[in-house]
Design a protein around this ligand. Structure first.
Ligand code: RB5
Length: 147
């Protein structure tokens, strides 16, 4: 799978850890930065990476900041993106099965490396259930057409 990654200084170390893990799992990572752990603004990285997912250049995204919240909020402003912040496996799995989430966000100051790896793996493996969930996702994605 081709995966877009993005982080600010608060998520930089976690991004690097997860990038190595995703490569180990055989995924291709497109890293939109940041490339250094210097103070920077998360939208500068989350928005281009989210666009790559929305445009189909990358299948999914894994974004990190201090809390996982900033990158999630920025990514969700890009049409076509369903970004979720998950720090445990159940929500990560259900965000795929019921919400068809295409970007996973994690907080480098919140979650440990081992838990983050587990959450990412669970999230990447889970598929969208479709059916009634497609109708529900469609109902809020349609708002983008009138925005
Ligand atoms: C940076 O200090 C921090 O605000 C950022 O990484 C993120 O947590 C914002 O939501």
């Amino acid at each position: 799978m081709q995966i877009a990654m993005a982080a600010d200084h608060g998520g930089f170390v976690l991004k690097e850890t997860l990038k190595a893990f995703l490569k180990e799992l055989g995924h291709e990572v497109v890293d939109f930065g940041a490339y250094r752990q210097e103070p920077c603004d998360y939208p500068d990285f989350a928005i281009p990476a989210a666009r790559a997912v929305a445009d189909g250049e990358c299948e999914r995204g894994v974004f990190c900041c201090g809390t996982g919240l900033g990158v999630m909020l920025a990514a969700n402003k890009v049409p076509g993106i369903r970004a979720v912040r998950c720090h445990e496996g159940y929500s990560a799995r259900m965000s795929r099965r019921h919400n068809d989430a295409n970007v996973l966000c994690l907080g480098g100051r919140v979650v440990g490396d081992e838990l983050a790896r587990e959450v990412v793996q669970v999230w990447l493996r889970a598929e969208f259930d479709g059916g009634r969930h497609s109708r529900r996702v469609q109902k809020f994605m349609e708002l983008e057409k009138s925005a």
